[in-house]
Design a protein around this ligand. Sequence first.
Ligand code: AMP
Length: 406
Amino acid sequence: MTKLSIRDLDLTDKRVLIRVDFNVPLKDGIITDDTRIRETLPTIEYALRHKAKVILCSHLGRPKGKPVAAMSLRPLVDHLRTMLDHVLGDDENVAFSPDCIGEVASEMAANLESGQPLLLENLRFHPEEEANDPAFSKKLASLCDIYVNDAFGSAHRAHASTEGITHFVKQSAAGLLMEKELTYLGKALTEPDKPFVAIIGGAKVSDKIGVIDNLLNDGPAKADAIIIGGGMAYTFLNAQGQATGKSLVESDKIDVAKATLAKAKEKGVRFLLPVDHVLADKFAPNAKTQLFSGHGAFPDDLMALDIGPKSISLFEDEIADARTIIWNGPMGVFEMPAFARGTNEIAAAVARNRDATTIVGGGDSVAAIQQSGVASRITHISTGGGASLEFLEGKTLPGVAALTNK
Ligand code: AMP
C-alpha cells in the first residue's frame, strides 16, 4: 500500500481522530445489526492499546444537515463500551460529545486521557459535512493531532470528514479496515493471480457497466472471464437478438451491451451469459414458474427471475478454475426463495474454491454469502458497496487519495 497506515505512526499520547462507519441500523434506539462496528473494532482497539486519545466520528442515516434525535450516535455508547470491555479498565467509559465540533467537543478532546475513547455526535447534523466545507473541516481537524480514516464505505465521497479534514492535519493514515480493503481490492486490479474471473449480477447494466468496462481494458485488471447474471443479463441477451418476454431490459443500454460483447470478443475475454432461466408469470414470491432453456424467444408474458441449473453448472466450471474471483450482484431475485437458488449456488461455488483469492462486495452478494453460511470461507468481504464498485471501475476514491503517501 502506498498510503500511510495507522501502523506506521507513533500514537502514544496523541489525539487521534478516527473516521469510522457507525452507520448501523437502529430501531427505537437499539442496534439491530452491529457488523459495521465490529469491522472497525481492530482499528479502535489498536489505537487504544497504543495509548492514543481516541476520538471517533461517523455519520448515521440521512439527517439532512440538522439534529434528528432518532439518528443520534448516543445509543452506541453503551454498546461500544461492552465491545471494548477487554481494552478498557473497569471504571473507564466511552465519553460522548453531543456535538462533533464546537466548544464542548474541543474541551472533551483536550481533556481525554491516553487510552480513552470519545465518540462525537453524528457528523451529518451539520450540512457542512456533506458540502465538504473547509471551515468545518478545519474545526474537526483542530480536535486532533493525527487523522485516521477507517470508513472505506464512505471513501468514494469527498466529505469534510473523509477528504476536507486531510488538508488541515499533518498526518492522515488508513485504519486497519481501510488498509485491508485497499490491499485486497488493489491486488485484484493490479496483480491478480490468474485466471481472474469476475461475477457481475444485479438489476441494471447501467450500475455495473463501469466495472465491466474496466475489466475489459488491457492491463493487469483485465479479466480472463466475466460471468453475467441477474436482471442485467437480459439486456445482454436482447443485444444478442434473443426476445426475453417481460424480463427486465434497459432498452437504452442495448447498444452499450452490443459494444461490450464486441469488446470482450476482441480482447479474448470469455463473456458468459445464462443459458437457461427460471421464468415467472409475475414478480412475486408465489409466481407460477417454469424452466426455459436455449436461445429461443421467451413466452411474451413471462419474465426471467433467476438463472437455471445449466447456467449454474456453466458458471461453476469457470469459478472452479479461477485463482482470483470478484463477485458483485445477485444472479436473480434472491430475496424471494423461489428465485434464490442461482445466487446461493454461486455463493457456494465461490466458497468452494479454496485455491482462489475470493472477494465479495455489494450488499446483496454479501447478504447471499451470509445467508448461505459460507462467509468464513471468503477471503475478503468488502464493507463498501458503492466504494468497492467505484474502486473496481478504476476510479480514484477521494477519501483514499487524500491520505498521506508513505
Ligand atoms: P443491484 O443493487 O444492482 O446489485 O441489484 C440487486 C437487485 O437486483 C436485487 O434486489 C435483485 O432482486 C434484483 N434482481 C436480480 N435479478 C433480477 C431479475 N432477473 N429481474 C429483476 N430483478 C432482479
